[in-house]
Structures are given as structure tokens and as C-alpha cells.
Design a binder for this molecule. Sequence first.
Ligand code: NAG
Ligand code: NAG
Length: 182
Amino acid sequence: MQAQCVSLCLLGVMFFLCSAHAGGLRRCLISMDMRRMEESFRGIKNAIQAKDTFQNVTILSTSETLHSIKPLDVCCVTKNLLAFYVDRVFKDHQELSPQILRKTSSIANSFLYMQKTLQRCQEQRLCHCRQEAINATRIIHDTYDQLEVRSAAIKSLGELDILLAWIEKNHQGTSAASRQET
Ligand SMILES: *[C@@H]1O[C@H](CO)[C@@H](O)[C@H](O)[C@H]1NC(C)=O
Ligand SMILES: *[C@@H]1O[C@H](CO)[C@@H](O)[C@H](O)[C@H]1NC(C)=O
């Protein structure tokens, strides 16, 4: 009888934690204007992707990385990917065209802002990193490291549409997704 109660309680606590985590990203990025970033990117997508010489390799879609991320890991992976773009991709990228530079800078600024927003959430312990999320992030860094740095940066910039679509999907869909799972 008591054991039954304990496991019921545990189930309740787990359910609560799961909804808190799944809702974390949604609550954290609630004020982000994804459409503006997507529009900025659309303006430079062709120019960037034309410079990508290794069309046979992908960084973000390797081993279905993003698509196999579970709702529990979305917040952590988002946080890690924002750091990946801010600390590596935008820094490694060297751009001569002022027009492209203006757009990538604008996207980089939005990423910095999202990072700050997520940081606040992390302080509320809503953005926990499990081993799965750490592994997924490592795969992305490893693939990046295997390419020459300028090619890697261009390729990652060209894949921004994959990342933005993924964030948007998870940012708006988390509550619906967690309902489906329960
Ligand atoms: C991709 O293509 C380049 C040359 O275009 C080649 O050097 C490289 O080995 C290829 N990489 C893979 C993973 O097939
Ligand atoms: C993470 O990666 C390590 C090393 O590749 C592996 O041993 C481990 O099983 C992975 N963990 C998860 C949860 O995927």
C-alpha cells in the first residue's frame, strides 16, 4: 500500500518536472521574434550557401541530431547551439560583403539576446542538461572540427535555416508535444 503511494508520488513529481522542462524553452523564448531572424537569413541564404564548397557534409543534420532531440533536452540543446554559433561560427566567419555582414550581425545579436534570456531560465533550473543533450552537442562540434575552419563556418551559417526552424517548432510546439506524450 505504502509502496504504491510512493510510486504514485514519484510519478507525480516526474510529471511535474517533465512539464516544467518541456515548458521551459517556451516560457524562456516567449518574446523572441523568430520571423525576423528567418527573414534576415532568407536575404543572404543563397549567397552563403553558394560559398559552401562541401555540399556532401552537413553539421546540424548529422545523424539526425536535431530531429532526435527529446522535448526534455530541447532547452539545453538550444542553449548549447546558441553558444556554438556565438562563440565559434559567427567569430570564425569572415565576410567581405557589407550587406551579408549586416544581416549576419543582426542574427548574431538576436542569438546573444536569446542566450541572455535562456540564462535567466537556467538560473531557475528550467534548462537542465542530460547526457543525451551533451552527446548531441559534441557530435556537432566534432563535425565542425573536422572541416577547415572557414568552410565549417560558412557551412554552419548556411544551415541557420535548419536551426531557426527547429527552434521555432520547439518553441511554439512544446506544450502540445508534451500533451501528446502523456
Ligand atoms: C566531400 O567532398 C570533398 C571534395 O569535394 C572530399 O574531399 C571529402 O572527402 C568529401 N567528404 C565526405 C564525408 O564524403
Ligand atoms: C554519450 O556518449 C558516450 C560516449 O560516446 C556513450 O558511451 C554514452 O552511452 C552516450 N550517452 C547517451 C545517453 O547517449
